[in-house]
Write a protein that binds this ligand. Structure first.
Ligand code: FUB
Length: 368
């Protein structure tokens, strides 16, 4: 394990930039307080931040991006991550502590490569790190590793969680103490190869006018080590109650689910992939259906976008990533913005800083 490292973070808003010069007056009205243009972590490349409050602190569980010498590929193989670091902070805007390596690929018996976006959950005195990786057959699976500490080190279970597949696990603990595992990502994330929870490498993605491939959800067993039930599809509906179509690329699910609850309503947020948006949909059950409500985050620097939402000390934050440190799609850095909810429960769209300067957003599309 590498030693603890504390790095300074500039306060939210201190380095805020204005949004795109092309933004209309209506856009500007919809933008919340401009997020800071400063990455939270600059000594490593980090992405896909999953944020949680544990033991009174804000903990981040991001991917740890590396340059593995693989140029951008449509299958996502250039996201060749080999370990996870855990980070914590007492306050947003304060110093961020790097707790060192929390889990390495070499210590996961079933995994062969690509430690992608993780998440964490706490139950029964144990912290659980959920993570996707390719197994020995090249299929993405979701594993779990445990620790007595939120910062790890985590010990991986010998096998992936039975009944899981694809990528981007996110765990939501409901008010009644039940935990739900959300997962899935299309294209490079292989979700379309799993109709009915069975693997079919010949399965085709849906046609443009068919319902979009749906993310999955399953309640977890009380020990969080296995599913308590088969995974089911999550319906994301339009305003007329019709499932979003696969061709509706500005609104349909691509990857990166996250669920939080605000004033009794469940919010599902996700990335739209090639249209580079984080969107949100709301519902009255952790299983959905969810109704599309709008754009959460406009396109960031870089191809991928992925975020998590957490309440800390009474304020709501979106943790996300962009590529401002490297200009490369697979070397990302974690960012944060404060969220603002309207009285009707809608969330003001966040405009990330520096959008006009993106050198990477038009590059090869990593998950196609
Ligand atoms: O970090 C690798 C992949 O890129 C994640 O699993 C996706 O959500 C995207 O951010």
């Amino acid at each position: 394990m590498s030693p603890l490292k504390t790095v300074p973070l500039l306060c939210l808003g201190l380095l805020a930039t204005t949004g795109s010069a092309a933004a209309t007056a209506a856009d500007v009205a919809a933008i919340s307080r401009p997020p800071a243009a400063t990455p939270l972590v600059a000594h490593l490349y980090t992405a896909d931040p999953a944020a949680h409050v544990f033991e009174g602190k804000l903990y981040l569980y991001p991917s740890h991006d590396i340059d593995a010498g693989i140029t951008d590929r449509t299958d996502g193989n250039h996201y060749a991550m080999r370990d996870y670091h855990v980070f914590s902070m007492d306050d947003v805007g304060g110093p961020v502590t790097d707790h060192g390596v929390a889990l390495e690929l070499a210590a996961v018996p079933w995994a062969s490569r690509q430690l992608w976006a993780p998440d964490a959950a706490y139950a029964n005195g144990i912290y659980h790190l959920f993570f996707p990786a390719r197994d020995r057959d090249g299929l993405f699976r979701i594993g779990v590793a445990t620790s007595r500490s939120p910062s790890g080190p985590f010990r991986a279970r010998p096998e992936p969680i039975a009944g899981t597949y694809s990528i981007d696990p996110a765990v939501y603990e409901d008010d009644d103490g039940a935990f739900y595992l959300y997962f899935g990502g299309i294209q490079g994330g292989q979700l379309s190869q799993w109709p009915g929870n069975c693997h079919d490498s010949t399965a085709s993605p849906p046609l443009a006018d068919a319902p979009a491939t749906a993310p999955r959800v399953a309640r977890l067993r009380a020990d969080l080590l296995e599913l308590a039930e088969p995974a089911r599809e999550i319906l994301i509906l339009d305003e007329a109650g019709v499932p979003l179509r696969a061709g509706d690329q500005a609104r349909r699910f691509f990857e990166g689910c996250w669920v939080h609850k605000y004033r009794g309503t469940y919010y599902l947020t996700y990335s739209t992939g090639g249209t580079h948006l984080l969107c949100y949909a709301t519902g009255s059950s952790p299983y959905g259906p969810f109704t599309y409500r709008g754009m959460l985050l406009k396109p960031v620097l870089g191809w991928t976008t992925h975020g998590s939402i957490v309440n800390h000390k009474g304020r709501w934050y979106l943790f996300y990533h962009d590529t401002r440190l490297s200009g490369r799609n697979n070397l990302r850095n974690v960012m944060v913005a404060e969220l603002q909810y309207e009285a009707d429960g809608s969330i003001r769209t966040v405009e990330p800083p520096g959008i006009d300067a993106s050198p990477a957003a038009t590059g090869p599309q990593p998950h196609q």
